[in-house]
Design a protein around this ligand. Sequence first.
Ligand code: GLU
Length: 369
Amino acid sequence: MSAKRIVVKVGSGVLTGEKYHDVNPEVVSRIARQVAVLIKQGRKVAIVSSGSVAIGARHLEVGRRDLSIPVQQAAAAVGQSDLIGLWANGLGAEGLKVGQILLTHDDLANRRRFLNARNTINTLFDFGFVPVINENDTVAVHEIKFGDNDTLSARVTNLIEAGLLAVLSDVDGLYSSDPRLDKDACKVDIVDRVDDSILAMAKDSSTRTGLGGMASKVRAADEAARFGAATIIIPGAKENSLLDALAGKRIGTFFFPHENKMSGKKHWIEYTLKSQGSIIVDKGAKDALTLNGRSLLASGITDVKGDFESGEAVDIVGSDGRTIAKGLVNYHSPELARIMGRKSGEIEKILGYKIYDEVMHRNDMVFSG
Ligand code: GLU
């Protein structure tokens, strides 16, 4: 595989071996050796590593099953320094140095912070350092969480425009059903496109420790595919699994990227931004958007729902209630309530100013389905 930039996602289950609390530094060294080879080949590698909660729980002497959110957050705070230490040691033995990056969903939902994070990672690459990324669990409550590091790794793939997402897991790929329950379960080697049947398979199989399980890995692969990146799900603790997979050996499950990839900005709108409201449009506006490739104008808007600022993501919804597209809106909701149904030429008279003719520009819009 020729990917110049690779995101290597390492799950807690890969680092901890059979017993949840025991982190195995040998596995870190094994992965570090392979990362060093990839970097010597001239590639840039960012690691997304879980493990802070698992490690922290051991220090706090609490069992993993019954951790409340505050205890998980405390465990993450305690475990993160050990986790970064493990990577610093493992990669250090290969002559590589690390930079720690902790992100929340909110960080990537803000375009300026998204670009700042990208700049920092690119600067680390310029210095030859390896970014080691995790969710900032200490501050991430539900609303601003990625939820699991599979999702985070897909966002990082978009963030750094990587060509490959390598998900190192404690299972050796996607199975047709759960291999522990079904002796006829077989491994899927290649996925052209994530569809309902693939998602159904993923729902049936699970991983040992990770938060996301197989379903979130497959969703991450789909998200990466839309951005034009391939994904491999491979057994992470196995010697050389990453290099073998890159050399084309039949290992794990390979997900093809889509041919018509979304631009980085559209991918960001679709996956990273949460919709803050909706704009209801009439049939004329719907046709102009879907059939004629036009931007959204005020004249076709019949209703505005929710309370949003300009620059935020909102859905465009047809009169039948179906979402047509999602995108960045140029006017905030009280302005829209005043100009909806009116011609662009009237906007200035109504508001006393006009920012744009378009309520939502075509280039800031992603269509559903
Ligand atoms: N961020 C969590 C940790 O470091 C892990 C999340 C996950 O396993 O997906 O423990």
